[in-house]
Design a protein around this ligand. Structure first.
Ligand SMILES: [Mg+2]
Length: 163
């Protein structure tokens, strides 16, 4: 079924730090769209770790463009993106395609040259796949989260078990 295909990530890894940047480049990926909460930082965190800072530097040094696309409210998303020195879209309404397309336009790249990285199937992965982008699912950083997210996780677990 097509809908199930759209929920399937191209890769499943533990964390952003496990992304093989050189291998992505060999696949023709030139840009990363990364989720914020539970992907780059724990849910509702305002803290940027040294590890995260140096990872962002590594991504840029590898010649990849990077942007944050988050469904969360703008002030915290902008604060964290600002600290990291990368462009962002807040209140993105993922899995809708608008924010992904906006970043693709900014990067001046076709969708197949962009990888979407996130911890949620129904927002990050579904949205990225709908745009024809490469998709990478990471394990969520923290367990404490919004109740709506918890319900989605349950649905995700059921889906992963069946696929
Ligand atoms: Mg997330």
């Amino acid at each position: 079924m097509r809908t199930l295909q759209l929920l399937k990530p191209d890769e499943i890894i533990d964390s952003v730090y496990d992304i093989e940047l050189q291998r992505l480049k060999e696949k023709g990926i030139k840009g990363l769209i990364v989720d914020l909460d539970n992907t780059l930082v724990p849910w509702q965190s305002r803290e940027v770790t040294k590890e995260l800072e140096s990872w962002v530097k590594k991504v840029c040094a590898a010649g990849l463009q990077i942007a944050i696309v988050s469904n969360n409210s703008s002030s915290r998303v902008e604060e964290l993106s600002g600290k990291l020195g990368i462009t962002c879209v807040a209140k993105a309404v993922k899995p809708r395609r608008g924010a992904f397309r906006r970043i693709a336009g900014k990067f001046q790249m076709p969708p197949h040259e962009i990888a979407v990285v996130g911890d949620q199937l129904f927002t990050d992965i579904l949205g990225g796949n709908r745009c024809g982008m490469y998709t990478i699912l990471v394990a969520p950083l923290s367990k404490k989260e919004f109740i709506g997210t918890k319900i989605m996780r349950l649905a995700e677990r059921l889906f992963i078990r069946r696929s």
